[in-house]
Ligand binder design. Structure first.
Ligand SMILES: [Zn+2]
Length: 238
């Protein structure tokens, strides 16, 4: 910052980063340097696939760092997986030889469907009875707007699929104690003080049907919530 050889525009950018300011459209509009708060990344992504650029979401810091931003979905997802892979591997590496925990498929995301093809799970509870329990529980989770059409077409199939397509970030089995741990990782903007509570709630709702559907074993959900500001610094065990 004190090096005069560094061009001013770079120093300016660094100062903004330190001050927690991002030149997103919302901020620029507040400072009268832009009239439109619509997200420029969403606009570009929609233009590329020939979709309408009407009703663009507001370009806020939280938006461009979330999967809700059309232009950022892939990047945000890749970052999420990258950080999670690192965390998961560290947990595995910390196991002692006497540990009874078995970490399942850390290298790729896999849905409940794939998981239940493993013999150990089929032994815990048959696919049929789990489907039945889970579909009941899925009904209590609100249907998202973009899923509405599918839901109305065939609600029964919709709830069954919702369950079998659920993809917890990690699963750890303790066969001795008959416990299955569902691990969920949330990477989010931590600008708002309540982000831990909000993300924790989201993670719980997301995996609610998994946790409650299986009564033969104990299921336990462990949430990891990391803030973007110092990504690997702020985890919390839920
Ligand atoms: Zn966007």
């Amino acid at each position: 910052m004190n090096d005069l050889r560094v061009p001013w525009r770079y120093q300016g950018r660094e100062m903004m980063a330190i001050a927690g300011i991002n030149s997103v459209a919302k901020w620029l509009a507040k400072n009268k340097r832009r009239s439109d708060v619509g997200c420029r990344l969403c606009k570009r992504a929609r233009e590329q696939r020939g979709a309408s650029t009407e009703n663009l979401p507001e370009e806020t810091y939280g938006h461009i760092n979330s999967t809700f931003c059309d232009g950022m979905t892939t990047t945000v997802t890749v970052v999420h997986h990258f950080i999670w892979k690192h965390l998961y591997a560290s947990m595995q590496a910390a196991q002692t030889p006497t540990s009874k925990l078995r970490f399942v498929t850390p290298e790729k995301e896999c849905g409940m469907n794939t998981l239940w093809q493993e013999e150990v799970f089929e032994q815990i509870c048959s696919r049929e009875s789990l489907t039945e329990n889970a579909a009941e529980l899925e009904k209590t989770i609100s249907v998202k707007q973009h899923e509405r059409e599918q839901h109305d077409f065939d609600p029964k199939i919709f709830y069954e699929n919702s369950f079998w397509n659920r993809r917890p970030d990690g699963r750890v089995i303790n066969q001795n104690h008959r416990i299955l741990y569902i691990l969920e990782f949330k990477w989010s903007s931590d600008r708002n003080e309540d982000f831990l509570v909000v993300k924790e709630y989201e993670a719980n709702v997301q995996q609610k049907s998994i946790i409650e559907a299986l009564t033969e074993w104990m299921w336990e959900q462990i949430n990891f919530v990391a803030g973007e500001e110092d990504t690997l610094g702020v985890f919390r065990l839920g």
